[in-house]
Design a protein around this ligand. Structure first.
Ligand SMILES: NC(=O)c1ccc[n+]([C@@H]2O[C@H](COP(=O)([O-])OP(=O)(O)OC[C@H]3O[C@@H](n4cnc5c(N)ncnc54)[C@H](O)[C@@H]3O)[C@@H](O)[C@H]2O)c1
Length: 257
């Protein structure tokens, strides 16, 4: 018997990295997984390899696309038990370098996408009297992250949205839970892209970067599985870090001494 057997999960950002690893594990543990991503070619190909998964093209920045997605899933599966908001993009830029385009692009996917997902799954889960929303944040929302300014701000917004939804649900007896996951560096194409940019632009910082702890996508998928399952039925409004102590011991700023 799988840990999420019979549940229906919608996962965004499912064509890569943490969303893909989570989709695989949820399907392996018995869920029907709707893998949603803007990268339709890769998403289709990957979903075809996962038993229990199907792909649905979704640009999370488009509110109507979310409404259509939940209508389709509700029609075909009759329910939505799990929503993992995992789609995200990053721009390597401090506040001094961040353009309006950087700011809006990062927030469109991260902040707006998560808002639309939560807003439109809420009536479905409320009607069911149950559901688990899992929002992918970052340790950047806890410590700040000077080099990815817009990203850290977007993740902080998602962290606050998560707690507000959890409290709303508890206050009104909706029965759904909403939690956020805060990974530090995890080995995915997103991290590889950032590291490659740092290597090209700032070799000195790159040398330090190679000493930093990096987790695996499955470390995050395991936390997703826990939050998606009934094992976490008492966990609501939590911000769970996966960082091997990074937020405990490591400052975000390398001080000049
Ligand atoms: N990798 C890390 O170190 C790390 C650390 C903390 C948090 N995160 C967060 O985890 C999540 C997943 O990151 P990842 O490392 O797997 O990244 P990734 O780049 O490997 O995957 C992100 C996925 O999101 C999709 N996506 C981008 N824009 C989209 C849109 N408009 N609509 C739908 N899908 C869209 C991409 O096509 C891609 O498949 C992100 O929210 C990221 O911020 C990652």
């Amino acid at each position: 018997m799988g840990r999420v057997a019979g549940k229906v999960a919608v996962v965004t950002g499912a064509a890569s990295g943490l969303g893909l690893a989570s989709s695989r594990l949820l399907a392996q543990e018995g869920a029907t997984v709707i893998m949603a991503d803007v990268n339709a070619e890769q998403g289709h190909a990957l979903a075809n390899e996962i038993e229990g998964a199907e792909f649905h093209a979704l640009d999370v920045t488009k509110e109507q696309a979310w409404i259509d997605l939940f209508e389709t899933v509700n029609r075909s599966c009759g329910r939505v038990d799990i929503l993992l908001n995992c789609a995200g993009i990053v721009r390597l830029a401090s506040i001094e370098q961040t353009t309006e385009d950087d700011w809006r692009a990062v927030h469109a996917v991260g902040t707006d996408g998560t808002f639309y997902g939560c807003k439109h799954v809420l009536p479905v889960m409320k009607a069911q009297g149950a559901g688990s929303i899992i929002n992918m944040c970052s340790t950047a929302s806890i410590q700040g992250a000077p080099g990815v300014f817009a990203y850290a701000a977007s993740k902080a917004a998602i962290r606050a949205m998560t707690k507000s939804i959890a409290c709303l649900s508890t206050e009104n007896g909706y029965g759904l839970r909403c939690n956020s996951i805060h990974p530090y560096n995890m080995a995915t194409p997103m991290l590889e892209g950032v590291q490659e940019q740092v290597r090209r632009g700032n070799p000195e910082a790159a040398a330090g970067m190679d000493q930093v702890w990096v987790g695996e996508a499955d470390d995050v998928a395991n936390m997703v599985l826990f939050l998606a399952s009934e094992e976490s039925k008492a966990v609501n409004g939590a911000a769970l870090v996966i960082d091997n102590t990074a937020t405990v011991t490591q400052a975000a700023v390398m001080k000049q001494v």
